[in-house]
Each structure stands twice: as structure tokens, then as C-alpha cells.
Design a protein around this ligand. Sequence first.
Ligand SMILES: O=C[C@H](O)COP(=O)(O)O
Length: 251
Amino acid sequence: MRRKIVAGNWKMNNTLEEGIELAGQINDLVENTEINDVDVVIGTPFIHLTEVNKVVGEKIGVAAQNCADEKSGAYTGEISASMIKSTGSKYVILGHSERRTYYGETNEILVKKVNLTLENGLAPIFCIGEVLEEREAEKHFEVVKSQIAEGLFHLSAEEFGKVVLAYEPVWAIGTGVTASSDQAQEMHAFIRKTLVEQYGEEVANNTSILYGGSCKPSNAKELFENADVDGGLIGGASLKAEDFMGIITAF
Ligand SMILES: O=C[C@H](O)COP(=O)(O)O
């Protein structure tokens, strides 16, 4: 089901206390503001999941930022999809460029994580996006298409219907350089066309495709006005309740 979604990704920020406080502030704002049919998601570090789920009401979904690529067992330091599910969380952010780059997450690993996420009734927020060199070499469409195909096209149409996509041009993440509204729309339309080819119009038109990369209250409205931009995956600006709220209300 295509929904407008604004998802925060706290990355590796906030102690447990700080996270509970921030989640409470966001929840208060969400509860007391008229929100135009937008699903709000908070992506926290693992240690916050249980407590943040207790703090937020029904209008906010909680996301983990990763999960293990195995079900359970002797994998020291890992957190499984079923463990995430048991905290009351609803989403798992997968394939973020920081995980692909710093932790060697390959499409093969991501396929396992996507499958485990779905098997446990969680929705993957699956990240895709090119680096600057790939855009400059005009390979960005090819790169994004192959990330989607290799990470997700093993899914049936029904399974794919539970996936949220997040297009995050790597050159725009945390840099203050946002993709222009035209660049975002061009890529999102391309992604939707790619989904039409694989799954048909209905699935493609029902898929939420979020934009991520230096999205702020000041530029969110322009980005979200595009026909194929269904919301945002927000890093830095999700760490301040007012800024995050400014993005949510940009719709
Ligand atoms: O997951 C979020 C993205 O990496 C965007 O981060 P940013 O808003 O700080 O650029």
C-alpha cells in the first residue's frame, strides 16, 4: 500500500536516556499536530527499541537500523529479526550505504536479511543509491537498478508489496548537498518504471519510495511535491524533534 512516510534514522547517536527523551518529544509533537496522512517512523539503535516502543503511541512506528543475516544461534554481537520483532518494532532499515560501505554488506547478505525481516512480519526499508563517481559517469540509473534487482527481485509480488524503498544518493548523505527536486523525481520515476517492468503497474504504484540525503524542513516541501517522492528517510534532521516535525508537516 503506497503511503506517505517520514522515517528518521538516528544512526549511532543518543544514549538510552537521550533517545527516550527525543522519542517522547517527537511523540508529543505528533500527538498534538494535525498530520496530513503521513506514517511517522523512528529508526533507533538496537538498545533503544524496547523503550522507544513503550514511549511512542500508535501514530509512530519504530525501526531497527539493521538485523542479522541468520535466524539465531552462535553469532556473538548480532541481533536477529525475531528479536527486533519482539520489541514491538515494525520496520528494519536495510542496505544503508553506510552499512554497504563500512561493513561490507553485499547484495547476497541483503537478500538473507530481507527474507528474515519479511518472515518475521517486519517491513524492510531498503536503501539504494549511487556514489558521486557513478553519477558523474552517468551510471546512476544502472547502479540503482542493479541494487534493487539483486536485493529484492527474488521476492514474489505479494512479498514485495511489504517493502519500502529509500533512494539515497550517497553524495547527498550528511553533506548538506541535497539532490535537486528534478534529480530526485527523475530517479524516483525511473525506480517506479523498473518496478512496473518486474511486478506490473499495481505493485509499482503501491510502493512507497522515500528520498534521503540532507533533507531538512527548508527543502522537504519541494522534494515531497514530486509525483514519485512518497516521503523521506531523514538522518541529521531527525535528531531534533522540531526539525523532524518540520519535515513531517512539509506534506
Ligand atoms: O538514513 C538517512 C540518510 O543517510 C540521510 O542522512 P542525512 O539526512 O543526515 O543526510
